[in-house]
Design a protein around this ligand. Sequence first.
Ligand code: HEC
Length: 269
Amino acid sequence: MHTLALLLLAALQTPSAPDGDPAPDFTLADLSGKTVSLSSLKGRKAIVLVFAGIECPRSTAAEARLGDLAKKYDSSELAFYIINSNWSETIEAITERVKKVGFPLPVLKDPQNKVADLFKVDVQPTAVLLDANLRIRYRGLIDDHKSEELVKHAYLRDALEAILAGKSPEPAETKSVGCAIQKLAPQRTSGTVTYSKDVARILNQNCVTCHRQGQVAPFSLETYQKAKAWSQELMNTTRQRSMPPWKPPRLPLAWGALGADVADRRSSH
Ligand code: HEC
């Protein structure tokens, strides 16, 4: 099918409001390798799962306040987990960040974004709140602003308080804002646009001044791996013209190649 038709179809398929759907069970390992099954958490009054990454600005901006929120509750009553579903973010990289920022919440690694798919989550960060019967009662934004001082609605906190008070969260769903979760895409082949011939040059000219180690941007775009990991967001930000931060050139077409199995990536080495 034509790509545009697929995009339109995707846009029309909004998942139904979650109030009361049973949560799919899963077992994931934390950073030390210890496994946790959702079913084993039954009996807690509420369970918070936040799908988040270590480079997406909206995810990292929320780390401290998620920690503060979790600390307000007794861990025997409430289970609170971060789920990292980005294929490019390794356990080592996550462990490093946890140490660096003193991140207080347990992180579960979702190696093939299976759990993100089970919960129909595509954007990081996305909060999912379950009740004692493991039913999904809220899904969406943590709150309505990246900067804590400017938050007007703390959706997750309010939903959590509603559940603990035996009420239904209102709203039960909001639309997440952040970055696309870096999911393993089914391999496509495209013989025409390549990373080394087309994409690397555009990134080097327009993005890498900031997107490299030690520079202002939160992640590097210097390698094929990193560009591929961020490909969905590269398309989003250039389409929305939010990146680069000044008047962007006309460039997004080549990004599509990153989602595909770029034929001659070896020649870039
Ligand atoms: C002048 C420096 C600069 C340049 C040039 C630049 N970026 Fe960024 N970029 C940033 C900064 C800083 C952030 C973090 C913004 C934040 O914290 O919200 C960022 C964040 C991003 C994000 C994360 C999503 C988001 O909305 O915050 C993406 C994707 C991105 N840049 C893509 C690009 C691409 C693609 C290019 C080149 C076409 C580019 N950037 C050029 C500085 C830059």
